[in-house]
Design a protein around this ligand. Structure first.
Ligand code: ADP
Ligand code: MG
Length: 244
């Protein structure tokens, strides 16, 4: 196997006395999409949040292209830019238009001049099919479009890896498809992705691998057809029978 773009090695995370992640090991090769399922509270979000240091691991390593982003002397901001994250709630600034929502980090974090930041923002908005909505405010576009702006905002920083934490869970059903379509395009463009979602249809079609988490460990992993079609572990079977 080629060197993974993202590697989670021996990841443990506790909040006080509560052990939430109990030894996660996962390698995501460049351009692969790993789809994460598991019951509520199994540690999926915590795992993703450790991958861009929104949470500090208790122990273990997160490597991007072989560099431990938790290592001493690592520039947190530089490493964090390599890992884009999209949440269930899009958290756009209501008082900024779509273009400014995307360009804000480019100007404040990357210190790009306004013209260059705007240009890069428009390119990112084009990728998610929203260049024509650049002058709209978040309240003037649909939830699906808002989530695509949030994706553009992450992409504008040119990350190496994109993490998605239930990106369509807050959307009305008819708006889910447009967000999944953007994610499909992103995968086709070669992006490395870790996706927590309940959209099993999307997983079957776009995921290279599915992992099932429970109790802070990876219980089972395999190709989508294998995990969904013939889950080996009892806990995976029980979970899948509950969600469909
Ligand atoms: P999932 O995304 O699979 O539903 P989470 O990673 O959100 O699971 O949460 C796993 C467990 O960790 C839950 O029991 C949750 O209450 C706990 N947890 C998450 N974040 C914190 C925190 N900041 N402080 C304390 N407990 C937390
Ligand atoms: Mg979660």
């Amino acid at each position: 196997m080629k060197r993974p773009m993202l590697e989670i090695a021996g990841l443990f995370k506790a909040f006080g006395e509560n052990a939430i992640l109990n030894g996660i090991n996962l390698k995501v090769p460049t351009g692969e999409l790993v789809f994460v399922i598991g019951p509520s509270g199994s540690g999926k979000s915590t795992m993703l949040r450790c991958c861009n240091r929104l949470e500090e691991p208790t122990s273990g390593a997160i490597l991007i292209e072989g560099t431990d982003i938790c290592g001493l002397g690592v520039d947190i901001n530089a490493m964090r830019r390599k890992v884009g994250m999209v949440f269930q709630s899009f958290n756009l600034y209501p008082h900024l238009n779509v273009r400014s929502n995307v360009s804000l980090a480019l100007r404040k974090v990357l210190k790009l001049p306004r013209a260059e930041a705007d240009e890069r923002s428009m390119a990112a908005l084009d990728l998610v099919g929203l260049a024509q909505r650049a002058d709209f405010f978040p309240s003037q576009i649909s939830g699906g479009q808002q989530q695509r702006v949030a994706i553009a905002r992450a992409l504008a920083l040119e990350p190496k890896v994109m993490l998605f934490d239930e990106p369509t869970s807050a959307l009305d059903p008819e708006l889910v498809g447009s967000v999944l379509a953007v994610m499909r395009d992103l995968k086709a463009s070669g992006m490395t992705m870790l996706v927590v979602s309940h959209e099993m249809g999307f997983a079957r079609e776009a995921a290279d691998r599915v992992i099932f988490m429970d109790g802070g460990v990876i219980v089972e992993e395999g190709a989508p057809e294998a995990v969904f079609g013939a889950p080996k572990h009892e806990r995976t079977q029980a979970f899948l029978s509950r969600v469909r």
